[in-house]
Design a protein around this ligand. Sequence first.
Ligand SMILES: Cc1cc2nc3c(=O)[nH]c(=O)nc-3n(C[C@H](O)[C@H](O)[C@H](O)COP(=O)(O)O)c2cc1C
Length: 125
Amino acid sequence: MKTAVVYTSKIGNTAKVAKRISKAIDADLFKLGQDDFDTNAYDRFILGSGVYAGKISKAMSRFIESNDLKNVSLFITCAYNDDKGAKQLEKIAQRYDIADAIFFNKCDYKTDGEDTKLSQYIKTL
Ligand SMILES: Cc1cc2nc3c(=O)[nH]c(=O)nc-3n(C[C@H](O)[C@H](O)[C@H](O)COP(=O)(O)O)c2cc1C
């Protein structure tokens, strides 16, 4: 299976997480608006964006809506955690009809280790 990790990042948090994921699973890494790539060359997409006023970036939104992507996992990095984070994620995942979605608060990716939410997610990929 050929996997692309595709992300947008305004402040840099999502970039860090996307890099960590792509390295861990040996996937190709693309930043929207910066890197050109052919979606047809991939059969799995791990998409990452920060959340701004409850929404993912416009570039990521356009990317999802303008491509008929199969096999998508979406991760967002955000300030909210716990219930607020879960509710925010649910809204976003429903909006784009993505079943496999997860959020990472900075507590989830600022530390390394086997037991972080991020390392657990990576194991599922
Ligand atoms: C203008 C702005 C709006 C934000 N709005 C939200 C929000 O609605 N919900 C949330 O959980 N985090 C919010 N955040 C926090 C960001 O989602 C978080 O810092 C994220 O990791 C940013 O991703 P990036 O560094 O890849 O740009 C906001 C941050 C900024 C700068």
